[in-house]
Design a protein around this ligand. Structure first.
Ligand code: URA
Length: 210
């Protein structure tokens, strides 16, 4: 995964994503599908976790077998839609610590403003995976990554479900060191900042708020 952007084109991911995009999909199914896709995306985003070896004995003979080197993971949800991606990653890496970043957009300056920030200890020694289903303008994502870097994070990945070209470009400019993993790169943003063709408002669809 040397590229800045990885699109996971696995058939199961693409199938589940189509079901999520469909406006007829229920809130319960949407949430379940997001959990399942996130688990599959988490497999990709953790691909470069360092390995070491452990000397073990199988029932047949001794061997030096690969095992995670012990670099700890911090999962950071960008509120509120990021919360829908937590369970999928935690299923794969149950010991991950979890943080939260809350940002809202100031209607006058149009800039993201922090209203909540809570991160696990020792960010600088962890692989930090920031999760937010929709990488749209990239403004709040870039601001969330700024906050994580200010808190000490140095090894960060960004995991999303859908990305817009505008958001990818913004992230590449602001944080070229942060690799992005997504299930699809959509066509564009509309004038209201929604991803097209997209899936609508991810938070509303997963929490049934609209
Ligand atoms: N956030 C969403 O939930 N949906 C979009 O299309 C863009 C941002």
């Amino acid at each position: 995964m040397s590229e800045h952007l990885t699109v996971v084109d696995h058939p199961l991911v693409q199938h589940k994503l189509t079901l999520m995009r469909d406006k007829g999909t229920s809130t319960a199914s949407f949430r379940q599908l997001l959990r399942e896709i996130t688990l599959l995306l988490a497999y990709e985003v953790t691909r470069e976790m360092p390995l070491t070896t452990r000397h073990i004995e199988t029932p047949m003979e001794e061997m030096d077998a690969p095992i995670l080197a012990g670099k700890k993971l911090a999962l950071v949800s960008i509120l509120r839609a990021g919360n829908g991606m937590l369970d999928g990653v935690l299923e794969l890496v149950p010991s991950a610590r979890v943080g939260f970043v809350g940002l809202y957009r100031d209607e006058e300056t149009l800039q993201p403003v922090q209203y909540y920030f809570k991160a696990p200890e020792g960010l600088k020694d962890r692989l930090v995976i920031a999760v937010d289903p929709m990488l749209a303008t990239g403004n709040s994502s870039a601001a969330a990554i700024d906050l994580l870097k200010q808190a000490g994070a140095t090894d960060i990945r960004f995991l999303c479900l859908l990305a817009a070209p505008e958001g990818v470009a913004r992230m590449k400019e602001a944080h070229p060191d942060v690799k992005i993993v997504t299930a699809a790169l959509d066509r564009e943003l509309n004038s209201k900042g929604y991803i097209m063709p997209g899936l609508g408002d991810a938070g509303d669809r997963m929490f049934g708020t609209k």
